[in-house]
Structures are given as structure tokens and as C-alpha cells.
Design a protein. Structure first.
Length: 348
């Protein structure tokens, strides 16, 4: 168990999640947000480690203690022990109800933190624009409001945790009172031994107290399970058709013509908007071609299809050679380096 736990933690803390993210195609990134991905790589990983770390050993110890005390009470005085077990379904019901509610609130809490992380990433990415328009206070309030939502969820979850622990404690002490009452009856009617009554009562209290001590760990397990689902959904995601880490052929020379034949395309985030419809274009070697059109007409889309960022919905986009993505550079509209245009062209 320890080796398995250690291997999971090492796998999560290694480059595996990041490697799985950067291996995805551009279409997948269009449906994700950088803030949520950053939250999954930091906050969610900590949640997973908290659920499979020392708390797991504490939980197993508490449950084992509860089972052992139940066996001891049955051996010492089975009649009295059976009576004390009548409240076990109530305690079990409290645990099940609390665990279900905690899973629900844990999902809401993680979602709230992801939204807050998204807002923080947006602010930091455009911090110059925020300062230029004097929106520091406005953006701070927007971030605080999102954190306020997560705080409200946390308060409700804590309140639910307190009520659940109170229910468990109430059932334990009610059971202790029932044991004492029935133990006195057995002493009077069946000449029951006083020590057996005390042993059964102490065993029951210790066992259920151990279960109550393990109750806070259920919260961490719920958080860990929810966080692990989001992390391993990325790790175990099917390799996309455009595999950036796949083994491909790299050409020493590139002189073939480029051809778009009846290409139809729409972005994954806007499936109802057709950017290209039956688009055809042939670029022969040595030609200089300018694609002109209004915003949203598909100028950048044709370049992105040529770079193999996306696959076409209909038609074909091809070159005379097999490989093209490593054969040319494409300086974008926004410079990657602020020194010289020549540097940006080299960066491609």
C-alpha cells in the first residue's frame, strides 16, 4: 500500500500531467482555460496528496480499532453488545449522508477555485491594460467576489461537517445510555457480571469514537477523489489525431506546392459558425500570395490549417511533400520578442 501510494504521488508530482496537457491539440486548448489548468496542476494535486497521504493510514487505524472493539464486546457480553449495535445503522446512515453531501460541496469548492484562478490569470496576462484603464480596484473586486463564492461553499461545508459530527456523537452517547440501562437489567435478572457491562460499554464508546475521529478524513477523501478525477481525465485522455509528440518525417528541403481543395472548417468552440466553406487555393513554388478579407473571413484560419493546428471538416489541405509543419515559420500579428522584427521571424 505504501509503495503504491508513493508511486502515485511521484507520478502526479512528476511531469506527467504537464506532458499530457502539452501533448493535446490546439482544438482541445480552445475549450479549456489557462486558469483552470493551472489550478488543476497546483491545487488539485495537493488535494490528491492530502487524500492518499498520512490521513489514509489514520483512517485505516480508526476503522480497524472500531472493528476490534466490536469483536471484543461480542466476546465479553454478546447480549449487551447486540443491543448496543442497534444504533449502528443510525451511525452508518450519518456517515453515508455526510459523505454524499461532502462530495457535492467539494465539487462546488473546486469549481469556485478554478473560476478564481481563471480571473487571476486573465488579470495578470493583461496587467498593463488593467493599469492603463485604472481598473485595479474593479478587477480586485471581481476576484474577491469569486473567492467569496468559494468561501460561502466552504462555510456551508464546515457547517455540514459540524452537524454530521454532532449526529455521530449524539448516537454514541445515546447508545452508552442504552447500554447502561440494559446492563443494569441484566445484572438484576441474569446475574450479569458488572465488569462485562463496563467492558462492553467502554468497547462500544472507544470503537465509535474512533469512527468519529475518522470522520474528518472523509472530507479529504472526497476532495481527493474529485481532484483525482479531473487530473487523471487529462493524463488518460486519448492521444489526439494531431499528435505533436508523434514521430514524423522531417524533410531537409521543402519546395512543393500548397493546395486547399474544397475545404470546409468550423472551430470546435463555434460548431454552428462555418469559417471556411468550399475554400480552394493553390500556391505554386516561388509565388507570393496575399489573402485579403474582413475580420473573421478566415485569413488566419487558412494559416492555422497549414500549420496543422486543426483538421479540416471537409475537403483537403495538402502539400506536395508529406511534411510541412517543420518546414516554415510564421510570425504572428503580435510580436513574440520586442527587440527586432528579424528576431520574431527567426522565432517563427
Amino acid at each position: 500500500l505504501f509503495l503504491n501510494k508513493t508511486s502515485i504521488i511521484l507520478r502526479i508530482h512528476s511531469h506527467v500531467p504537464l506532458q499530457s496537457i502539452v501533448r493535446q491539440d490546439v482544438a482541445w486548448f480552445d475549450t479549456q482555460s489557462s486558469g483552470k489548468l493551472i489550478t488543476k496542476l497546483t491545487y488539485s494535486v495537493d488535494q490528491i496528496e492530502g487524500g492518499i497521504g498520512d490521513r489514509l493510514g489514520t483512517f485505516i487505524q480508526s476503522v480497524t480499532t472500531s472493528i476490534a472493539t466490536a469483536v471484543v464486546s461480542l466476546i465479553v457480553g454478546w447480549k449487551l453488545a447486540l443491543v448496543s449495535f442497534t444504533l449502528s445503522p443510525v451511525i452508518l446512515g450519518a456517515f453515508v449522508t455526510l459523505g454524499f453531501a461532502l462530495r457535492k460541496f467539494s465539487a462546488k469548492e473546486i469549481a469556485a477555485y478554478e473560476k478564481a484562478g481563471l480571473i487571476a490569470a486573465e488579470i495578470l496576462a493583461a496587467v498593463r491594460t488593467v493599469f492603463a484603464f485604472g481598473c485595479q480596484e474593479k478587477e480586485s473586486l471581481r476576484y474577491e467576489n469569486e473567492l467569496g463564492a468559494s468561501a460561502r461553499v466552504f462555510m456551508l461545508k464546515s457547517l455540514l461537517m459540524g452537524i454530521g459530527m454532532g449526529m455521530v456523537g449524539c448516537t454514541i452517547y445515546c447508545a452508552a445510555a442504552l447500554i447502561l440501562w440494559y446492563g443494569v437489567e441484566l445484572i438484576i435478572t441474569e446475574n450479569y457480571d458488572n465488569g462485562n457491562v463496563v467492558s462492553v460499554m467502554i468497547s462500544f464508546i472507544v470503537g465509535n469514537t474512533s469512527l468519529g475521529r475518522s470522520l474528518p478524513e472523509v472530507e479529504f477523501f472526497a476532495n481527493s477523489k474529485r481532484a483525482a478525477a479531473s487530473i487523471f481525465q487529462i493524463i488518460d485522455r486519448q492521444i489526439p489525431s494531431i499528435d505533436v509528440m508523434g514521430q514524423g518525417e522531417t524533410l531537409k528541403e521543402f519546395s512543393g506546392k500548397i493546395e486547399f481543395r474544397n475545404v470546409t472548417f468550423n472551430y470546435p468552440t463555434r460548431p454552428d459558425v462555418q469559417v471556411l466553406r468550399n475554400f480552394s487555393l493553390t500556391i505554386n513554388p516561388g509565388e507570393t500570395v496575399a489573402i485579403v478579407g474582413p475580420s473573421g473571413s478566415g485569413k488566419s484560419t487558412t494559416v492555422q490549417l497549414l500549420q496543422r493546428f486543426y483538421d479540416t471538416v471537409g475537403g483537403k489541405s495538402r502539400t506536395k511533400k508529406k511534411s510541412r509543419t517543420g518546414s516554415f515559420g510564421c510570425p504572428s500579428q503580435r510580436p513574440r520578442d520586442t527587440s527586432q522584427w528579424a528576431v520574431n521571424v527567426c522565432l517563427g
